[in-house]
Design a protein around this ligand. Structure first.
Ligand SMILES: [Zn+2]
Length: 293
């Protein structure tokens, strides 16, 4: 018969065995997690969920701010895509295409002194002058409008002198294509302007298509374009006196409507070169009359 001591020993042995089996053994305590050889967090594996939960030991094994950051990131990050594989999710930035003046593949004769009129159109209505250049913003009330090189060079000289003399004058319209002119006339007609043809050239008939004509306006009327109010401004007076010194002439002067076919447009100037401009002024001619000689 086993002794009483044997039974007590056997009970302790069985209890100990039970204690280390069953549910307690389902949870396997891992080794201390080692990051680059430095223990910082403890991992516990839950087999039923296959997850590894990291947590900080109640008493930090090593104070290492870098590792603490890693723990925080692990807890808050659901997306486990490696950073290297992530694509840039920002919307693609819009490309800003710098403005450039129109150019044409087609070869045209230079039309800068062509005698355009109410009844004389360009020989080729697709005409685009060579070497159009953008007017700098300080001389233009609109963005992205262009003139030929010589026209722009002389315009800048004229408007900078006007400024020195106390007048801020800017361009409100410059080179226009055939299509733009078509739209301009159509809009005026649609708006009930029955005299549109007296102030707006037909497409193919406009000096603006030459790249040498400008509409000008002044600060005193807030750069209002093709505005009869410009007639009475100091800026208009200054232009009348000085424009020819820079090769510019009013295309549609006062009291010349019967010759030009257009109403008086004190804002519309055409570059014809300094010598020609002075000759036209001296002879009290219109550009049409001068060029017809
Ligand atoms: Zn004009």
């Amino acid at each position: 018969m086993p002794s009483k001591k044997f039974y007590i020993f056997a009970v302790i042995l069985i209890s100990t065995a039970l204690l280390f089996s069953g549910s307690l053994l389902d949870r396997k305590f891992s080794k201390l997690n080692s990051t680059q050889g430095k223990a910082s967090v403890v991992e516990v594996v839950y087999p039923e969920e296959g997850k590894i939960i990291s947590f900080e030991p109640s008493r930090p094994i090593e104070q290492n701010p870098q590792n603490l950051n890693i723990i925080q990131e692990d807890q808050n990050t659901k997306d486990i895509t490696p950073l290297a594989e992530k694509k840039d999710e920002d919307p693609p930035k819009k490309k800003v295409i710098p403005f450039s003046c129109l150019t044409s593949e087609k070869e045209y004769d230079d039309m800068w002194l062509f005698n355009l009129g109410q009844n004389i159109s360009l020989p080729d209505t697709t005409y685009i002058p060579k070497g159009l250049e953008k007017i700098p913003n300080i001389y233009s009330a609109r963005t992205n409008i262009c003139l030929t090189h010589d026209t722009l060079e002389n315009l800048e000289a004229m408007l900078s002198q006007a400024k020195i003399d106390g007048h801020i004058i800017k361009v409100t319209s410059a080179f226009r294509t055939f299509d733009y002119q078509t739209g301009l006339l159509q809009t005026a007609t649609d708006n009930g302007n029955s005299d549109a043809n007296l102030s707006i050239a037909k497409p193919g008939y406009s000096e603006h298509q030459l790249g040498t004509a400008v509409d000008l306006s002044g600060e005193s009327i807030n750069f209002s374009s093709a505005d009869r109010a410009f007639n009475y401004t100091e800026e208009a007076k200054w232009l009348e006196e000085h424009a020819s010194d820079y090769g510019f002439i009013e295309s549609y002067p006062k009291d010349k409507t019967d010759i030009t076919g257009y109403i008086y447009e004190p804002w519309h100037y055409r570059y014809v070169g300094i010598d020609n401009a002075k000759q036209i002024l001296k002879n009290n001619q219109t550009i049409t009359e001068f060029l017809a000689e």
